[in-house]
Design a protein around this ligand. Structure first.
Ligand SMILES: Cc1cc2nc3c(=O)[nH]c(=O)nc-3n(C[C@H](O)[C@H](O)[C@H](O)COP(=O)(O)OP(=O)(O)OC[C@H]3O[C@@H](n4cnc5c(N)ncnc54)[C@H](O)[C@@H]3O)c2cc1C
Length: 293
């Protein structure tokens, strides 16, 4: 199938892109890498009258580390994140997760801003933003807004962005020296969207976890920070404590059923992921031993 007819405008600056979005409202769509928008248009799931191409706006590209914050421009491509030394040093969870996003050809064009604005609940990067306590920066006709990642994702393919706003960057606090991360997803093939996945970061001191942020994806309409994790924070984690947290997780999640998995299977996999995560973060393989898939 081919996309419906549409007009095309190449934005010359962020201000120009916002002017176009203000003038055309919901009839316009921003184009970044096109890896989600173009397939959706070709399937006629969306039919914008105007495409606002921001791909040439160099000010939206690149990674900087300044005054204790890692800032990633919205147009930074997945492939650039994957090979960035700054990201490997300050946000190693992201480096690990990006390797699971689609395939090299898509990672060469797809951007972090596009992935977050697209807000697919099965997507890796939104969950990483929640796990890393990122701030998402939007700019619109009345200026800039800074949104915590936990408030940015509002539903399936829905975010707190208004139709007149551009996502311009994300900011991450750099991983503390005594932090550890975990990323794992179950997918039918490497590069496919996940059936379920978990992105997490924690501080590990004296064999205990603090600031533990496990963000599950593909378990609902948006990434979900597991409240059950509180039972594992600052605790001496025994199999009984982990089992208690797993039970709480199971009660907290209400995963959807689709062609890939039913709700019970996703619940089961979430518990397996939590055990693997805690075991990996604490360096205690016995905590996930004997947990069959
Ligand atoms: C075969 C295939 C497999 C894939 N597998 C995965 C996967 O496993 N995991 C995964 O996460 N993704 C996957 N993707 C999606 C891919 O990662 C996309 O690159 C990404 O979701 C969107 O980035 P983009 O720059 O291409 O955005 P675009 O396609 O250009 O835009 C996506 C949406 O975001 C909006 N948008 C884009 N940029 C901005 C901005 N700066 N401000 C406001 N709105 C904006 C657009 O209007 C559009 O609605 C896959 C895609 C394909 C085709």
């Amino acid at each position: 199938m081919k996309a419906s007819a549409f007009s095309y405008a190449r934005a010359t600056s962020v201000a120009n892109a916002i002017e176009l979005l203000v003038a055309h409202g919901e009839r316009a769509k921003v184009l970044s890498g096109g890896q989600s928008l173009m397939p959706a248009m070709n399937l006629r799931l969306v039919a914008p009258e105007l495409i606002v191409d921001i791909g040439e706006l160099k000010e939206l590209r690149g990674i900087t580390v300044d005054r204790g914050l890692v800032r990633i421009g919205a147009l930074t491509r997945h492939a650039e994140l994957l090979k960035s030394r700054e990201i490997a040093a300050h946000a190693p969870l992201l480096t690990e997760a990006i390797g699971h996003v689609a395939h090299p050809a898509i990672r060469n064009r797809g951007t972090i801003g596009g992935s977050l604005a697209h807000a697919d609940p099965a997507s890796e990067l939104p969950a990483c933003m929640v796990a890393l306590d990122a701030t998402i920066i939007a700019r619109g006709p009345v200026g800039e807004r800074r949104l915590p990642a936990t408030e940015f994702f509002t539903g399936i393919y829905e975010t707190a962005l208004s139709p007149q706003e551009l996502l311009i960057a994300v900011e991450l606090p750099p991983a503390p020296k005594n932090s550890a991360h975990f990323f794992c997803e179950f997918a039918r093939r490497h590069g496919d969207y996940a059936i379920i996945g978990l992105a997490a970061q924690a501080i590990v001191e004296n064999g205990r976890l603090s600031d533990f942020r496990p963000a599950f994806f593909s378990v609902g309409d948006r990434p979900q920070l597991a409240k059950a994790a509180a039972r594992l924070v600052k605790a001496a984690v025994t199999p009984a404590v982990l089992s208690d947290a797993s039970k709480a997780l199971s009660e907290e999640l209400d995963p959807p059923e689709d062609q890939q998995a039913n709700s019970a299977m996703r619940r089961h996999l979430a518990k397996v992921l939590l055990a693997r995560c805690v075991s990996a973060l604490l360096g205690r393989p016995e905590l996930s031993a004997g947990r069959p898939l």
